[in-house]
Design a protein around this ligand. Structure first.
Ligand code: SAM
Ligand code: SF4
Length: 325
């Protein structure tokens, strides 16, 4: 399925819940966000139907996210159901890791291939300060549990001046000890993220080279890869940078998002898209939904413009916990 700029759209990120068991300061207000009433949230059957239809439109890769995806009941069943659907070849998840260890065997058996685990620090007290919960040990146990099952693991960190600046080098060191990619994601000015100062990828790379020696740049595995990877001598895993602020990568964007309330969201930064819930619940047939999705995708914006006054008014008003990153 191609968008209006000729980009091949083959990646769907699915937010399965707006609930979360953490309160990361740059993502979620301390008091939480008002969660949607139960009936507003897509059922697992509705999500399955959208994936089945989008599989026939050329979606190959799925990523489950949230809120925290692992707090959604019966997610394992949904993963098992979408695994093996026509077209779907890769199923991944982005999680904070708190509930991962206890579900890892069931998830793997259902068809989950890869996990991205969000982790911003290796210091227990800083973890608690950022997330509001003393959970570092559980997240580290989840990283090991996934590696033990031979799953591909990426650790994602959002560097923030006010929160975890002092522990960036130590966190990168995880990739020295373990076969994980540690990736640094530039903070985007969305929702609570606006209150913090992110740290540019360039600065982090410089700091890591000062500590660990010169890194070798690794060629991307796919054209649409958003991260730039580096290999440090003696490291088992790689270091990655996702730099939406300093190096816009929208030209190679291959993704759309399904929000928890059934909006097909075309760009992280814009609030427009296609409301699928009225179609799903209003008796629309598969063909009609397929056509509506294909024509909505043609309207995918060229790119984000966090610094562009022209798009004001269409800016995303949801918080990141409601979008899924
Ligand atoms: N709860 C899961 C987790 O934390 O992995 C999935 C949802 S969370 C919204 C997905 C990712 O978005 C996390 O890695 C988080 O650090 C990141 N994130 C949240 N707010 C962000 C922001 N303003 N800019 C960049 N990344 C952000
Ligand atoms: Fe929850 Fe993930 Fe947001 Fe943290 S980043 S508050 S874990 S949704």
């Amino acid at each position: 399925m191609k968008d209006g700029f000729g980009r091949e759209i083959d990646y769907l990120r699915i937010s399965v819940t707006d609930k979360c068991n953490l309160r990361c300061q740059y993502c979620m207000p301390k008091q939480g966000v008002a969660v949607l009433p139960h009936e507003e949230v897509l059922t697992l059957e509705e999500i399955f139907r959208i994936v089945r239809i989008m599989g026939t439109l050329g979606i190959k890769k799925l990523r489950f996210t949230g809120g925290e995806p692992l707090v959604r009941k019966n997610l394992v069943k949904l993963i098992g159901d979408v695994d093996g659907l026509a077209g779907i070849s890769d199923i991944a998840m982005t999680t904070n890791g708190l509930l991962l260890e206890e579900q890892i065997d069931a998830l793997k058996q259902a068809g989950l291939k890869r996990v991205n685990i969000s982790l911003d620090t290796l210091e227990r007290a800083v973890f608690e300060q950022i997330t509001g919960y003393d959970g570092l040990a559980r997240v580290l146990a989840a990283v090991d549990a996934a590696l033990d099952r031979r799953m591909r693991v990426k650790v994602n960190c959002v560097p923030c001046r006010e929160l975890n600046d002092g522990g960036i080098e130590a966190l990168a060191g995880l990739a020295r000890e373990k076969d994980v990619d540690v990736r640094f994601i530039e903070l985007m000015p969305i929702g609570c993220g606006k209150a913090f100062r992110g740290i540019a990828s360039e600065e982090i790379l410089e700091r890591l080279e000062r500590q660990y020696g010169t890194a070798r740049k690794v060629s991307p595995e796919t054209e649409s890869e958003t991260a730039q990877h580096y290999q440090f001598a003696g490291f088992l895993g790689r270091i990655g940078f996702i730099s939406p602020m300093s190096h816009k990568f929208c030209g190679a964007c291959n993704r759309v998002r399904l929000t928890v309330d059934g909006q097909l969201k075309l760009c992280l930064h814009y609030d427009n898209g296609l409301a699928l819930k009225p179609l799903l619940r209003g008796g629309a047939g598969d063909d009609e939904i397929r056509e509506r999705i294909a024509s909505a995708v043609k309207e995918k914006p060229r790119g984000h413009s966090f610094s562009d006054a022209a798009m004001q008014g269409h800016e995303e008003k949801r918080k990141m916990v409601q979008i899924g990153g």
